[in-house]
Each structure stands twice: as C-alpha cells, then as structure tokens.
Design a protein around this ligand. Structure first.
Ligand code: SIN
Length: 552
C-alpha cells in the first residue's frame, strides 16, 4: 500500500540515515514513561527519549498529588464511585477498578524509590480535592508533588543499567511496516535524523495543553504523541474532552501558573468580583464540586459580572497552615505582590489535561501492533468525560507498569537483533518556499482555540474554528520543516483539527464538553465515545481558500 503523502513529517531514507537499535523504545520522560522503563526486566535494553530536558514534563509540574485509598475511613469503592461520578457516564468501570485498586502499591513503590511524601502525626498526610468524598490525596513538598516524585524516579532510572536516557531528542514520527510499529524517526540538533529500530515502542509523551493560549502546561505539551500515533494509523478518541482547571493565576505578566485544587481542598472559597461566594448557588458541593462543574460556573460568573476573573479567598484559613502547605503558590503570588493569607488571588480557568487521546486496552496496547501507550497521551477509559483530580499521575504509574509488562513479554518473543528495514519516504514538494512565521501562526491557533473551542462552545463558532484550522493545515502540513517549532506547529494543528471535529460531532453537554446550543446531557444518543476519522480520510487536497470568518 502506498502511504499517504503526508504520512511522515520528514523525508528519510534507511540506506542513508543514522540507525540506532534497542529492545524497547519509550517516547516521553514523564511519570508514565519512566515508570514503564523501571518495569522492564534488566535483560532487555530500554531507550527513553524526551524532546527537552528530562525535568520538563507535565508530571514534574503537578502540584496536587496522587489519589489513593490510604486511610481506614476510606474504601476502594468510594474512590471508584467518585471517579465514575466525575467521568459523567463515559468511564470504563473495569479500568477504573483496576487503577484504583493498584494505587496503594504504586504509592508504596514510589516511597521505596525515595519519594518523600508529606507527613502528619507520623502518617502520610492526605488532602482532599474536588469530586473526592474522602481525604485521599498524597502530596509532597506541600504543593510540589510532581517535582518530588520525578526527582526520585529520575534518580532511580539513572541508576538502572539497562535504561539509557536521551534528552533533547525529538520524535518526528513512528516507523511502521505492514501496519506494525517498528521504531521511530528521531532528531537531535547535534547529529540530525536518526532511525531508531525497536522490538516494541511505548508512547508516553503527555498532553496537548499548548493548543490553548491559556494553559497550566509547560511549553513541551504540544500533543506530539497523539499526532505521531494518528499519522501512523492509531485510533484516537474523545478528543473533544479537554479539561480546564478552574484556578489558574490571572495577573498580567505571569505565565499561567496553576493554583492547586488542594487550596480549595483545604477550605479556600471562590468569590466573584463583588465578593459573593458563588459556588454554593451552583452545586451543593460548593468549591469542591468536580472540575467541569467549577470551571463552567466560573465561566458563567465572569460573563455575568463582566469581569475577566474570579478570586480565591484563603483569608479565613490558618495563616501558618496556608504558608506551610502551599510554599510554591505563596512564593509565586508574593512575586506579584499578593499575600495569599490576606489578599484575594485573581484566577480563571485554563486548559489543563487532555482526556482524549490514543485508545488503549486494559494492558496498554494501542490499535497498532508493536505500539503501547500510557499516561496523558492515551484514552484508557479511566477518566470518562471529566478526570477526577489527582487521578492522572496515578494513571501514568499504573499504565506505565502494565504496558511495560506487555511490551517486555512481546519483545522477548521477537528474534534479535532488530533489522533495519529498507524504508524511505519523500515529502512532496511544497507549493511555496517562502518562509513561514511559525510563532505567529502558533499564537493565532492558540488564541482561536480559546475563543472558539473554549470551556463553552457552539456550532457556529466551532465551524469558524474548523474552517480556519483546515485552511492553515492545507499549507502548513504540506511543508517540510527542519526544526522543532515547525514540527510542533504541525502536531498542534493536527490535534486542534481532531478536537474541533469531535466537538462539532458531540451534540450534547457532558463533563468537560459544554455546548451552549445543546446544554443537556443526552445519554440516549451520546453515551458513547467519538472515534476520530483516520488520517488518510482527512482531505488535504481541497483548494486553498482563505476563510471568510462566516459559517459556510
Ligand atoms: C491540582 O493541583 O489542582 C492539579 C492536580 C490534578 O490535575 O490532578
């Protein structure tokens, strides 16, 4: 079969390019990727590649913690029910049960590898977050759980002889032959393109928050893993479900800094510009309702008050507790002249977590033989239409473990060594060689997504977004770029297109997907997943015409 002309972002030729061989290739160095690496038996060689420094992952920025049933007052059934309730009818119960029951052991493994979780009276301290019926979130360094967990896990990985770590290594595409994943095309500034051949590949490259201008995610979160899996033919689903975190610091000049949900877990109030505590009008759980409920309530409040943000109020809480529990948030707010124990903190929702992604089964297997996936890049069935707070690091740990087990077993059955295949590909020449302002286009896309595909969407603005993104795709996806910014833009456009298409298709409101023209949840028609159309079906060949800005 002749591959789609835009199947690969780069031209390559296996007869000329550099080659590299490993048993298991892991793409991504966040919690899912590194947990996977640690699960591979030491007689198999593992290569972990990350496009930036190993410290730059969404996992390292996680503040709140890891959810797990850790106290005698709590039960697995409670955590399962809370996850299902937050997921608004789209969670897969068997996956929820599997992940929840694994949590205590995963937390114990992290402690064994050197993670120091916060303590209270000689026990692991537990906090609450939105949607949780019990205190069950373990945390570290107050509000820097991801930093501490990643510190310990990176140290463990570096001390493990069969794992090689290569940072500053961008993955352009997955290599497939006869529908089987056989490796990936990598790129490093110092040596250029490398064809990495692996018996099995694990994708753990994280999320896509950078598709929005307002996001809690670091700049690396450009949806590369979803895009490369999609181009390789993997099934993606539920791309309309982007979770918006309710409380992102909103002061001019600040990066969109997350203010952890644990702040509300410890008792903070949300107030509108007039000082009214509005969440109690919206939901009996008040500030501790699940994230979709709180974000949408904040959106409506900002519209009603015609004010660009709401406020978090901690002034009624014990000052010493607040400073000790949230040292990072305190430091950042202080740098903007805000005292979190007295001043109201201006916040608004921002894109936080991509719920949709590469479909995997209960073992972490994708729809492409030889390709496994774990963490935010996936759609595992755990989160449904809205992820419960602090279930994401947990998901990365559990599925990182599971797919490493499956991939290792499969790799053992394959003969050594991996043979390079005589593959090659030529990107068709682009219509234009004029330089493209990649930064400008990336910013335009990110603004468009906030305006037209934000917390609340409706048909005409989605159609406008679709028309714009398709127009950009037509000339950007046909180009061959030679640097990371260009490839990231191509991936962001690919993801945005899938997100908008799915959001248009789902004519109801459920979880994080809120349609003002279809405000009700409709279980009769929509209690199901939306599968993205295959890459080859998306038309790239339509004539180039600038969008009119009107509904076609
Ligand atoms: C937070 O600290 O609010 C983020 C935790 C999460 O996304 O689960």
């Amino acid at each position: 079969m002749i591959p789609h002309p835009l199947r690969y972002l780069t031209s390559f030729d296996a007869r000329r390019d550099l080659h590299l061989f490993t048993d298991i290739l892991i793409i991504g160095g966040g919690i899912a990727g590194l947990r996977a690496a640690l699960e591979v038996p030491n007689d198999l060689e593992v290569l972990v590649v990350t496009k930036d420094s190993i410290r730059e992952s969404n996992s390292a920025y996680a503040q709140g913690g890891i959810a797990g049933v850790m106290s005698p007052e709590d039960r697995f059934e409670n955590h399962i029910e809370d996850t299902l309730a937050a997921g608004a009818g789209l969670c897969q119960r068997d996956v929820v049960e599997l992940v929840v029951r694994e949590a205590p052991q995963q937390i114990a493994d992290l402690i064994h590898w050197g993670t120091v979780f916060d303590q209270e009276n000689g026990q692991i301290a537990l906090t609450r977050e939105g949607g949780h019926s019990h205190r069950r979130i373990v945390h570290a360094l107050g509000d820097a759980t991801g930093y501490e967990v990643m510190r310990a896990i990176i140290a463990k990985v570096k001390a493990t002889p069969n794992i090689a770590l290569r940072d500053d290594t961008f993955t352009l595409d997955l290599l497939t032959a006869n529908g089987v994943c056989v490796g990936a095309i990598l790129w490093r500034k110092d040596v250029g393109r490398i064809l990495a051949w692996a018996k099995q590949v694990i994708l753990a490259s994280g999320g896509a928050g950078m598709v929005y201008r307002e996001t809690t995610n670091p700049p690396v979160a450009t949806g590369d893993g979803m895009a490369i899996a999609y181009r390789a033919g993997a099934e993606l689903r539920d791309m309309e479900f982007m979770q918006f975190h309710p409380t992102v610091l909103y002061v001019a000049g600040s990066a969109r800094y997350l203010i952890s949900e644990a702040v509300r877990g410890e008792g903070a109030y949300l107030r509108d510009v007039t000082g009214r505590r509005f969440m109690l009008d919206e939901d009996p759980r008040g500030e501790l309702a699940p994230r979709d409920v709180v974000s949408q309530a904040i959106f409506r409040t900002m519209e009603r008050t015609q004010h660009p943000n709401v406020y978090l109020d901690l002034s009624h809480l014990d000052r010493q507790m607040v400073r000790e529990r949230f040292p990072g948030i305190n430091r950042v707010c202080k740098s903007f002249g805000l005292d979190i124990t007295r001043d109201r903190i201006p916040v608004r929702p921002g894109a936080h977590y991509m719920i949709g992604g590469v479909r995997i089964d209960k073992t972490g297997r994708t729809s492409i033989p030889g390709l496994w996936a774990a963490g935010e890049v996936t759609s595992s069935g755990l989160h449904g239409a809205n992820r419960l707070a602090s279930n994401s690091l947990l998901e990365g740990l559990v599925f990182g473990t599971l797919c490493a087990r499956g991939a290792s077993e499969a790799a053992r059955q394959q003969p050594r060594p991996v043979q390079p295949l005589r593959l090659r590909h030529t990107v068709p020449p682009s219509a234009s060689h004029d330089p493209l302002d990649v930064a400008d286009l990336t910013n335009s896309l990110r603004s468009l997504m906030v305006r037209k595909m934000g917390i609340v969407r409706e048909r005409s603005s989605l159609l406008e977004a679709k028309q714009n993104v398709e127009f950009w795709c037509r000339y950007v996806l046909r180009r061959e770029f030679h640097d990371r910014a260009g490839w990231e833009l191509q991936n962001l456009l690919t993801i945005a297109r899938l997100m908008i298409g799915s959001a248009l298709e789902r004519e109801e409101s459920r979880g994080t997907h809120c349609r003002s023209d279809f405000p009700q949840r409709d279980d009769v028609h929509w209690q199901r997943h939306i599968i993205c159309p295959p890459w080859s079906e998306l038309s790239m060949e339509a004539p180039i015409a600038p969008p009119t800005g009107n509904e076609p």
